[in-house]
Design a protein. Structure first.
Length: 183
């Protein structure tokens, strides 16, 4: 399968010893000759949005998007009609990145959007030109279509579901510990 915006990357057992991407499912938001960018979908942080922004009353989960720029916040959403300056990256699933954060804060305060519409990440996953393609060739990632609901996924089960969906023989990996050193 070809690497394009909106595809899902599923870490293979080759990455079991990688402390960042072990058992990860990523959403690819950009892939071109300049490099690639995406967000880990199944690594919740212990932080909530209102831990960072006191003026936001909602208790929205923050996610570890990846190791690049972990002190910066990014957001994916499906409400471009409400959030100006958003960038479409997956037309099939109506997914956008970015937008006016001041408007987002107002929308959250008046409950016009919630976790069914927006997901917040600290950091992102990034690759230099050709790097991700090389990692796919080296069997670090499976590429799959985006058939998940970004805003309703179960972070504990998504990797286990995806690894078997890619190849039923991968069922052996479903019960692999998150940290193989502790096995």
């Amino acid at each position: 399968m070809k690497l394009t915006n909106g595809k899902i990357l599923v870490s293979t057992p080759e990455l079991l010893m990688d402390h960042i991407f072990n058992q990860s499912v990523l959403l690819l938001t950009e892939h071109n000759e300049k490099g690639s960018m995406g967000f880990i979908l199944n690594k919740p942080l212990l932080l909530r949005l209102n831990d960072i922004f006191d003026e936001i009353p909602t208790n929205i989960q923050l996610w570890n998007g990846g190791p690049v720029e972990p002190s910066n916040m990014f957001y994916l959403h499906n409400k471009p009609d409400l959030i100006p300056h958003s960038i479409l990256f997956d037309i099939k699933n109506n997914l956008y990145i970015g937008g006016d954060f001041e408007i987002i804060k107002l929308l959250l305060k008046n409950q016009s959007i919630d976790e069914r519409h927006i997901k917040f990440f600290l950091g992102y996953s990034g690759w230099a030109p050709g790097q991700l393609k090389k990692e796919v060739k080296e069997k670090a990632w499976f590429i799959t279509p985006n058939d998940i609901d970004l805003f309703q996924l179960n972070p504990k089960n998504i990797w286990k579901e995806k690894i078997v969906a890619v190849n039923p023989k991968n069922i052996i990996w479903q019960n692999a510990p998150l940290n193989p050193h502790l096995n």
